[in-house]
Design a protein around this ligand. Structure first.
Ligand code: NAD
Length: 364
């Protein structure tokens, strides 16, 4: 991969490698864009097959965060970190674990507020507590905004309501059938909101324990993981994996709406968004539908500290944003993901234009 070429093409600002020989930390941070504010994105700890895979992942994820924060109306840019290694091994050694995460914290501190980190796959709140011993540029700490999953699910629920309003002329989910793929952290909370508001649930998961919970609590119907796509339903809600809307699954779908919390739902966005549109299926852009978590965590940085009420009000606005995107797309004939990208880019461009105004200081 020609890294500078790629960075130039997609407007990346910075890609940094960090190594600590005492703890074995190997981290890569990517700052995609800081026009709207400091970049924010979690730290993913993954046993990448090679460095090239880690770089590709951090580049892709950081750019995704720029779009997510922009469309969510946050004063934040996009960034991400990846750590190469086996987090299970590290957790077996508490002494090394603290030093490892504090080394990472010192490194984040060295970025001078241009990047704020958080939990992601393979990292825990305790890891972030260690990071916080060396830097304040970390969010998702205990006693503050807490687990992002219920907030992410709430944003997805608001998105489903916006889609229902657009498709059926009524935002209520009462009597609607929703297939939920994956009933883990976010899928569970989404099922609860849907059930509490009168929707019928069809679910799949590879974990029997998780399935049992939603059957018991919400009377969900269970289907095999391969049969979830072909169910008669109103809404298909992917809450497990990415790329589940693809050449193989689109012909099976019997829904009118695709809206869930998973990232990168469309395997190949231009191709599969068009295929959904051709079949008359409304696609809710994933990075808006799952923005509730980042909106909530961003309120840890608010003046006066975390304020749940304000965060919830902001998550509520996902409904209006989603409705606007669907309406603009219908009027312009654009695919919904194209409209979302365009709005996210326009906001960044417009704020970029004020950068020539002299200021005496800027809040970090
Ligand atoms: P999770 O690990 O708690 O839940 C995922 C669930 O999917 C698990 O129960 C797992 O057993 C199940 N699963 C795995 N493979 C499956 C398959 N083939 N078919 C059906 N189920 C399968 O994760 P989560 O936090 O709920 O996140 C779900 C998705 O949402 C991920 O793609 C994540 O990146 C995205 N997301 C999560 C958040 C958040 O706040 N947690 C925010 C934004 C995006």
């Amino acid at each position: 991969m020609d890294k500078f070429g790629y960075m130039e093409k997609f407007g990346y600002e910075q890609l940094c490698f960090f190594h600590d020989k005492y703890t074995g930390l190997k981290a890569i941070t990517c700052i995609h864009n800081t026009v709207l504010g400091p970049s924010l994105g979690g730290t993913r700890f993954w046993n990448y097959a090679n460095e090239e895979d880690a770089v590709e992942d951090v580049l892709r994820l950081a750019r995704g965060m720029t779009y997510k924060s922009s469309l969510a109306g946050l004063a934040l840019g996009g960034g991400k970190s990846v750590i190469i290694g086996d987090y299970r091994e590290l957790r077996k050694d508490p002494i090394r674990r603290e030093a490892f995460w504090r080394a990472f914290g010192r490194y984040i501190e060295g970025l001078n507020g241009r990047y704020i980190t958080a939990e992601d796959i393979g990292t825990t709140t305790q890891d972030m507590v260690y990071v916080n011993m060396e830097t304040t540029n970390v969010v998702g700490l205990p006693g503050r905004s807490g687990d992002p999953s219920p907030y992410t699910s709430l944003g997805a629920y608001k998105s489903i309501q916006a889609c229902c309003e657009h498709v059926y002329g009524n935002s209520s989910v009462e009597g609607r059938t929703v297939t939920v793929q994956g009933v883990g952290q976010t899928g569970y909370y989404l099922c609860k909101l849907l059930y509490d508001n009168g929707a019928k649930l069809i679910v799949s998961d590879v974990s029997q324990e998780r399935i049992d919970r939603v059957v018991e609590e919400f009377g969900a119907k269970v289907v095999d993981v391969n049969d979830i796509y072909s169910q008669e339903c109103d809404i298909y809600s992917p809450c497990a994996l990415g790329a589940t809307v693809n050449d193989e699954t689109i012909p099976q779908l019997k829904c009118k709406i695709v809206c869930g919390v998973a990232n990168n739902v469309l395997k190949d966005a231009p191709v599969h968004a068009k295929a959904l549109q051709d079949r008359g299926i409304t696609y809710a852009p994933d990075y808006l539908a799952n923005a509730g978590g980042v909106i909530n965590v961003s309120y840890e940085r608010a003046e006066g500290g975390y304020n749940e009420e304000a965060a919830l009000r902001d998550i509520d606005r996902i409904y209006i944003r989603m409705k606007d995107i669907l309406k603009i797309s219908e009027e312009t004939g654009q695919l919904t993901y194209e409209t979302a990208d365009k709005l996210a880019e326009e906001r960044i461009k417009s704020v970029q234009n004020i950068r020539s105004i002299l200021t005496t200081g800027r809040r970090s």
